[in-house]
Design a protein around this ligand. Structure first.
Ligand code: BGC
Length: 521
């Protein structure tokens, strides 16, 4: 039997280890970090369509909505201050994810999660008690700081903790929490909007305290990852933890590889400038392009503005929130499909299938909205079947995203970076994600007002581009240990020219020894 790791015939390294209850527990708790992000995404759209909230903080939008009911439906929510409320959070998250990079690297992944939880808690309280617009914005900024920390640390934590064979599924726990957070928020909005006296929005916004407490308490009980412990010089502790996590006594091969990766990492003084080195070109490209494309699918148009959108196509406020609940449930269910399939079918298959599905749906939705609303935005009577067709295709679109770009947009970056750039590169991923979430949140309503149904075609165009990008440039990363990832670039037709043999990372990947195609035991 193998002592420690061994190389299997296809050139991939394999470490012994099981899916232990301990690792499952830590991953489930850590994945809950996604709840705060999801809760926020789900709550914003519903709150900004509650009349009492608009009347109090955004009276001009409220008046316009009252007066405009029969005219141009594309433009009724077009207000920069209203969108600033939604999007200020993403700018804050962008900044804090950069700070989180240092915290995560120097003090461990858990501490970043703890900071994330505490900041989010503070923001939720300020929002729940808000009396003025500025309080709303300050609250949103604190929430954003929290999300920046959590999204930087949680995906890394999961990818490092998980046995490599289950890394995809365990990492997608993060996306599952995001989708659960969105759904819970949407259901709460639906009920809170009905509260007499119109103060339900306070409960919606203040309710964010609950997911914040979960991740705060969770981070206090979690152990740090062995990779991070070794990086911070705690070698013995790391070895003991690794044995516990993997559920086997002989973890020497994996441990030695982690130590070697950490040595390489220690020699790097400036992780940021280091990222610019030629050998990290594939990583940097993916760190930027994957989150960029994830946002350009247009998913957050649905997530933030589903109630507004459903309202626009003729639902009442109540039915609009209900429709959002429907899309939210599809989002959760389809994420489960991804958890099941990601380590079986691989990342590339899901990316490409999801892209095709989204493309078809975007074309259909654009055609439906175009046919009824035309270019002047005056639909007249909308038959029920019409709304059902639009909602159905929106749901199929959401499912496509939820088993492809949604989870993989977080999984793939967190598993491809070598330790020495992992923390910095993950911050780039979070920042790019946030900046494009911000841009889309900020300009969507204006774009809807001007581009009308053509807006959906813009996103469709990007879905085509991103699918081609994946097809050509993304190697399959399924079933490869995280500190061994160098081999996928070395054997890639394009990236191999940047990542020369022996030049990559600490040179411990098994691509070299695998040439013999033997099985070391
Ligand atoms: C994205 C979010 C999106 C969510 C929807 C996440 O992966 O980063 O922007 O709102 O998925 O489920």
């Amino acid at each position: 039997m193998p002592a420690g790791g061994f190389v299997v015939g296809d050139g991939q390294k394999a470490y012994p280890g099981k899916l232990t209850p301990f690792v499952l527990f830590t991953c489930v708790v850590a994945a809950m970090g996604g709840l705060i992000f999801g809760y926020d995404i789900g709550i914003s759209g519903g709150v900004t369509s509650m009349p009492s909230f608009l009347r109090r903080f955004f009276p001009s939008v409220y008046r316009k909505q009252q007066e405009d009911a029969t005219t141009n439906q594309y433009c009724q929510y077009d207000s920069p201050t209203l969108t600033l409320f939604t999007s200020s959070l993403y700018l804050a998250a962008l900044i804090s994810s950069l700070v989180a990079s240092t915290v995560t690297r120097k003090f461990g992944r858990r501490l970043s999660m703890l900071f994330g939880g505490i900041l989010f808690c503070a923001g939720a309280l300020i929002n729940g008690f808000a009396k003025h617009v500025w309080m709303l914005i300050v609250g949103r900024i604190l929430l954003g700081f929290g999300i920046g920390f959590a999204n930087q640390a949680v995906p890394l934590y999961l990818s490092e903790m998980a046995p490599y064979k289950y890394r995809g599924s365990l990492n997608i726990g993060f996306q599952l929490s995001i989708t659960i957070g969105i759904l819970v928020a949407e259901v709460l909005n639906y009920f809170f909007a009905k509260i007499k006296g119109g103060w339900g929005w306070r409960l919606s916004l203040g309710g964010a305290v609950v997911p914040a407490l979960i991740i705060t308490l969770g981070s206090l009980v979690l152990p740090d990852t062995p990779n991070s412990m070794i990086e911070r010089g705690k070698h013995e502790e790391a070895k003991t933890k690794l044995r516990r996590i993997r559920g086997v006594d002989d973890v020497s091969q994996e441990y030695d590889d982690l130590v070697a990766a950490s040595k390489e990492s220690q020699s790097i003084e400036h992780p940021w400038t280091n990222l610019l080195r030629r050998k990290y070109r594939p990583h940097l490209t993916m760190a930027i392009m994957i989150p960029f494309f994830q946002q350009l699918t247009g998913i957050n148009v649905i997530m933030f503005y589903a109630p507004v959108l459903f309202n626009t196509i003729g639902f009442t406020t109540d039915a609009a929130l209900m429709s959002a609940v429907v899309t939210g449930s599809v989002n959760v269910a389809a994420t489960l499909v991804s958890i099941y399939g990601v380590d079986r079918w691989g990342r590339r298959f899901l990316f490409l299938e999801g892209g095709t599905q989204m493309l078809i749906c975007q074309a259909v939705v654009a055609a439906c909205i175009g046919a009824k609303f035309g270019v002047d935005g005056t639909p007249g009577e909308l038959p029920k079947w019409y709304a059902i067709v639009v909602v159905t295709f929106i749901c199929i679109y959401v499912a496509g995203f939820a088993w492809s770009w949604g989870p993989l947009g977080w999984l793939v970056p967190s598993e491809i970076f070598p330790l020495e750039i992992r923390s910095a590169a993950q911050s780039i991923t979070v920042s790019v994600n946030m900046i494009f979430t911000f841009i889309i949140a900020q300009i969507f309503l204006t774009m809807l007002c001007h581009l009308k149904f053509g807006l959906f075609l813009v996103f469709a165009f990007f879905v085509v581009v991103m699918s081609i990008f994946i097809y050509i440039f993304l190697p399959e990363t399924k079933g490869i240990p995280i500190e061994e990832m160098g081999q996928v670039w070395r054997s890639h037709w394009y990236w191999s020219r940047f990542v020369e043999d022996g030049e990559y990372g600490n040179g411990l990947e098994m691509g070299k020894s695998s040439n013999q195609g033997t099985k070391h035991v």
